[in-house]
Design a protein around this ligand. Sequence first.
Ligand code: AMP
Length: 209
Amino acid sequence: MKLVFLGPPGAGKGTQAGDVARHFGVPHISTGDMFRAAIGGRTPTGLRAKAFIDAGELVPDAVVIDMVRERLAQDDCANGYLLDGFPRTVEQADALADIAGPDRVVYIAVADQPLLKRLTGRRVCADCKGTFHISRLADEKVCPDCGGALIHRSDDQEETIKARLAAYHSQTSPLIDYYKDKGILRTVDGAMAQDQVRVQILAALESEA
Ligand code: AMP
């Protein structure tokens, strides 16, 4: 199964992707996580990407496409993939079609207003990568699942979030029609509770698997 999760920042793509990828036995590939690892490791890709990420802008297509092409060539992608955060532009979607286009695209729809609240209060575990909202945390610094350190991502500040949402609307949202026209888009309501969103995703994918 080759899957893409599409949706605005904070829609819950990363939260849902782990379970859904395990369900289908494919790797969960998050380009945002790959960039954060590259920045942490001070690799050339990380150094090129950092300024764009800090500004809430998209990293240039050529950089992202090369990184994804290399990742999809690895053995664990033989049975497919779940891409989370890629493609984000029509050029990236065209490149993916040339490498190995998706069977299904899940669009997790959420309006802008709840996204701002979700993202400003979001904390991410440095170890298990779990994501949490401060309203549900007893301790804002400790992961309730694994005890790892919780991080407030530098791009989860209000001004950067606004830039990320603007980039989403201008550059990424055209992909909704792009994949609708191919007949492979399935839309779920991302405003619902996490468990219900997962049920909707699996139902949308399994009814025709
Ligand atoms: P994410 O964790 O998916 O929210 O990604 C964090 C940041 O990484 C984004 O705001 C972009 O700056 C960059 N990024 C991740 N994926 C892509 C992509 N497919 N194209 C361009 N930039 C990306």
